[in-house]
Design a protein around this ligand. Sequence first.
Ligand code: HAM
Length: 433
Amino acid sequence: MNDILPDEVGRWQELETAFRVHAELHGFAEVRTPVIEATELFARQIGETTDVVEKEMYSFERHDDRLTVRPEGTAGAARAFVEHAVAGQRPVSRWWYLGPMFRGERPAKGRYRQFWQAGCEHYGDVGPVADAEMIDFVVGFFQRIGISDLTTHVSSLGSGDTHARFRQAVFDFLAPKRASLSDDSQRRLDKNPLRILDSKDPRDREAVLGGPSILELLDGDDLAHWNGLRRHLDALGVRYVVDPTLVRGLDYYTRTLFEVKTSMGDLGAQNTLAGGGRYDNMIEGLGGPKVPAIGFAMGIERVLSVAPLRARERGPVCWVAPMGDAAIDGALRFARDLRKLGVAAEVDGRGGKLKAMLRRAETAGARFCVIFGESELARGVCAVKDLAARTQDEVPLEDAAAIVADRIVTPRTAPTEAGAIDAGASDAPRGAR
Ligand code: HAM
């Protein structure tokens, strides 16, 4: 679990803003659900025999409730969707979310126990148009924030009957090799053989080689959906790899599955930036109507480790330097007036010589230093030093805040290196560089 200190948080904010803008451009609205849900929700939806549920959830009991700190966002969003009968209010809903998730995994580079996800869920569209748009959303977002090296893996798990036939085919293929499987997989063979396909254990990796491919079993509507997805992706110019070995670690998926990976940075085996897929049975499984859904989530730490995003520079625009006790009250009032005008100001209460205050102003990155000295106060003025232009003049005390605010004509947008997005600028103080 990581601390994100103020020096790092600027890049997080850039990513969050970019994600919000991108999601809203695609018609998604934000949803915020609790960080804690009933354990049963995750156990049922993610699947009792998945690694997440068997080994990784942070679960506890309180007031007779069995609770879990969410390992992912899809189940909680679906629970909210059903609980608030959203399907009855509108036929299609598009939600996005961003927040911390918790999985007690073995820590590694790019794999943490508290990690952050940004994700989307789209309810009410059977696809494959929605599926293609979702994949295009993810790839487009990564390109937008400057991640150029991407590989998109897609597959289909089929649904209902195809899914059942695939399970049987995997079971038939692996049953004769039972003894060579890892302990976990021997146990899962009878309950959930598909989970063996994404086992990381070298014995299991060896055993699954040459096994059945789900894509060869697809037929009827499943095949039409799969072909439709590929056609729409081609039309959108999204490049992808058909990867029948893709199974993903969660049980709720039906039909479309996808993952977006990068070879940028040093993420090694943790190079999957985002993963998602269709889960057409979850809403009904939670007691809601039959509403199909598709979604994805990206790991923010992983994305930030490769994205060339730069924090918007912040810091006080105006450093307020009271020289001596008599000047402090006026300096405090001036700073407050300045902030009311939207200019960030910091009062240097440490005292000392002017030279030291100016040094602190420059270290803080301030544009102006306003000096409240004894002789100036006696004349009803303060000195305004423009630290960039290296000029200084005196202004009347009563107009000082308005005058300094007026001098700030710095552009209000500060493009990121990736260039595209600057939606947060309107919230920034005037003169933020
Ligand atoms: P997931 O593949 O488990 O899917 O996680 C999505 C992404 O979260 C991963 O691709 C990875 O970038 C990041 N991630 C997962 N675990 C960790 C970890 N321990 N440390 C750092 N990053 C991690 C889901 O969670 C599904 N809910 C996605 C989804 C939404 N499917 C449909 N809708």
